[in-house]
Write a protein that binds this ligand. Structure first.
Ligand SMILES: [Zn+2]
Length: 248
């Protein structure tokens, strides 16, 4: 077995309270392109024009047509991959307690993970701007835009738009969870954007092992993370889970 995989397996076996921090990289294998970077939505559109709360209030039809409908099509089709499934299995084994994610695709819940903190809310649900009723995005009929709730209110993503605050509860809980964990798996994120960026630092300062799984080194590597296992989320999680579930 690869030395780093063996090290991760030992660290996870000894863990009482492991936590995962995930980002766009874990969902690439599910066909969800990252917003930032090459091929991302923000290369084609200015987020301030189509993903800002002011833009939504001014012209919900435009935001639905350009942004939400496209994301809905991608997310409606997407299925959890081996990265999400591996974390769910770690949870069932009693090792992993919480997933903190920067993603809005709802794929950790779709994989069956039960305690998921979503910094940026979710695109997998829409919520009524009048009565706050939530509807799964999959069940929203987007043939007439903007779609409306049965009360007549306009539906909006249950995600944090630009110009909106990170839900304070998500922030407090993740800081608490990061401070208490003994292992933090950082998967598919360079964690340079706040508030995610502070979580591995809090974990490390509290004495946790920080295991980084990313295809390339990031600013965390050699600074905050204890070690980096290079590779895609699904592939690396499969190797770790195979060794954990079938030792020897
Ligand atoms: Zn309503």
């Amino acid at each position: 077995m690869d030395t780093l995989i063996a090290r991760a397996v030992t660290d996870l076996k000894n863990a009482r309270n492991a936590v995962a921090l995930t980002g766009a990289g874990i969902s690439i294998e599910s066909g969800i392109p990252p917003f930032r970077g090459k091929g991302g939505l923000w290369e084609r559109f200015d987020p301030m024009e189509i993903a800002h709360i002011d833009a939504f209030v001014a012209d919900p039809e435009l935001v639905w047509r350009v942004l939400v409908k496209e994301l809905k099509e991608v997310i409606d089709r997407a299925l959890p991959n081996d990265g999400h499934k591996g974390l769910e299995r770690l949870g069932r084994m009693g090792i992993l307690k919480t997933v903190i994610t920067q993603n809005v695709d709802g794929l950790h819940q779709a994989a069956g993970s039960t305690d998921v903190i979503e910094f940026h809310g979710t695109f997998a649900w829409q919520r009524c701007t009048e009565c706050e009723t939530r509807v799964p995005t999959r069940d929203v009929d987007a043939s007439v835009l903007p779609p409306r709730c049965s009360c007549g209110g306009i539906l909006r993503p249950d995600a944090v738009l630009f110009g909106e605050m990170i839900p304070p509860e998500a922030l407090w809980r993740s800081q608490e969870v990061a401070a208490r964990c003994d292992v933090m798996l950082v998967i598919g994120t360079s964690a340079v954007v706040q508030p995610a960026a502070s979580m591995p630092i809090i974990a490390r300062q509290s004495g946790a092992r920080v295991i980084e799984i990313n295809p390339e080194p990031t600013p965390l590597t050699g600074a905050v993370s204890s070690y980096l296992i290079r590779g895609g989320a699904g592939e690396v999680m499969n190797r770790i889970m195979a060794a954990l579930e079938h030792p020897g």
